[in-house]
Design a protein around this ligand. Sequence first.
Ligand SMILES: CC(C)(COP(=O)(O)OP(=O)(O)OC[C@H]1O[C@@H](n2cnc3c(N)ncnc32)[C@H](O)[C@@H]1OP(=O)(O)O)[C@@H](O)C(=O)NCCC(=O)NCCS
Length: 191
Amino acid sequence: MAEDVLEGRRLVLRALTDADAPALLEAVTASRDALHRRLGWAAADATLAGEAAFVAAARAAGAAGASATWGLFEAKGGALAGVAALKELGPAERGHARLALWVRTGRTDRGFATEAGKLVVDHAFRRLELRRLSARLDPANRAFRRVLKKLGFRYEGCLRADKRLNGRWIDQECWGMLREDRAPAKGGKKA
Ligand SMILES: CC(C)(COP(=O)(O)OP(=O)(O)OC[C@H]1O[C@@H](n2cnc3c(N)ncnc32)[C@H](O)[C@@H]1OP(=O)(O)O)[C@@H](O)C(=O)NCCC(=O)NCCS
């Protein structure tokens, strides 16, 4: 399983379980406007059954090696602060995944996405031995652009009018990070 427990200073990332569905529903409901604006989902009322189905689908995709999904839990108190995922985890020889994450409204601008992103990026290159990570960005999403820059991603280009979001065709910025883009670890070694 690709979703090892990842521990940071303020967050613990772990696979979601059925028992997390109520917390997920609460976080998605509280974040509905931001998720709808940026990702296009959570437009309709979320339901417990829908969140339970999301957890089950994430578990199945994880078991199949197609993706890895973590809940972001605050180390202090254990509240669910968001979700991070490595999507499009294909065959090992491809060595690629796409990073996606969200942080719940009320917990943003505290560095949580950056902390979670660093843990996932480190896991992707070290443990999963991926070659490349990518991310897609709505050009209006300045916060996620900043997070990607802080993680070490580089701008690679723009797909024009590539995605339908809330009734409009929007551009998609492509960002990427190669294993060798990472800063040398202590002792001069790269992951
Ligand atoms: C994008 C998102 C994940 C960021 O989460 P976060 O926990 O607030 O991120 P961080 O606190 O680690 O970093 C945010 C950075 O963006 C900056 N930022 C926030 N809003 C900004 C804005 N409107 N313009 C420019 N920078 C902005 C913050 O100042 C911070 O940078 P800094 O550390 O240099 O000050 C969160 O806003 C979110 O979940 N949005 C909805 C879903 C989404 O867009 N997901 C990404 C695509 S999958």
